[in-house]
Design a protein around this ligand. Sequence first.
Ligand SMILES: Cc1cc2nc3c(=O)[nH]c(=O)nc-3n(C[C@H](O)[C@H](O)[C@H](O)COP(=O)(O)O)c2cc1C
Length: 317
Amino acid sequence: MKLVLAPMEGLIDAPMRDLLGRIGGYDYAVCEFIRVTEQRLPRRTLLRLCPELASNGHTASGLAVIPQLLGSHPASMARTARQLAELGAAGIDLNFGCPSKTVNRKDGGAILLREPERIHAIVAAVRQAVPADIPVSAKIRLGYEDTALALDNAHAVVQGGAQGLTVHARTKVDGYHAPARWEWLARIRQAVDLPIIANGDIRSVADYWRCREISGCEDIMIGRAAVGCPDLARQIRQSQQGGEQGVMAWPVLAMLVVQMGDELKSAMLERHLASRLKQWLVLLRQFYPEAQQCFERCRPLRLYSEMRPCLIQGSFE
Ligand SMILES: Cc1cc2nc3c(=O)[nH]c(=O)nc-3n(C[C@H](O)[C@H](O)[C@H](O)COP(=O)(O)O)c2cc1C
């Protein structure tokens, strides 16, 4: 019953993984994608993109982190996977789900779901490139325009030799719109001989149990709700053990936002930090009405130093 923290470019980075690891509940996290082209990536770039590699593949809070590659050239993907293995990566995940126009135009992410044979070639090349004790996994969507190739793509991943498969239960065209099609996860699970990690729209403990029931998948990955409801994995763990679900109170969470701001202050420009924390408030407000009020007060402010008193005020609401 694995709970996996999703990769989310621009939303879940190393400091956020560390924070969510401190709150607890997740078994491991997948890092935001590393874009692979034919040009070799220097070691320092790989360490910048997945900083946890420098600390034995774990956040300071002890959460294991696995790097993810996005690209379409099998030999380059294999070479980068080997570099990551040499840096101590505990696994390699491959991204076949990114819907970004820019990424798809450059032949990466979800566009490959139109060609299962290419997915097979990439998985097989990466599998061969890294030692057998390093698991290779892939993350797919149900398809590009439609679900016609969903099973073919899942088979391509398995036959390529992967040990893990995460399925985001939407097509590329579905984008991120609800509802995720959990019933498709059951079809894929029945068709392949590999445990599937279910992903898409798991936003509460009730969703977790409903997704398990519909999909039959024991393992799940949480994306946006991990940021909007930072103790969701912990709540799910408590519910798995039949315990009472303690939900994190808003004042505690507001102080975590301040703590994150204070920690990042020296590492980024104040205005970048302000927009980043606002982005977090946007997700938090889906779960906490207090975050909406806090967001409204922070919205016109450009600098973190201006926002900080509003966040502190928020922690008393
Ligand atoms: C802003 C954003 C960035 C994302 N970045 C990645 C990424 O780097 N790699 C990846 O495999 N998926 C990425 N995803 C997809 C998520 O990991 C996840 O599959 C998706 O949000 C569905 O799960 P959810 O409904 O729980 O959010 C991203 C999604 C969003 C919204």
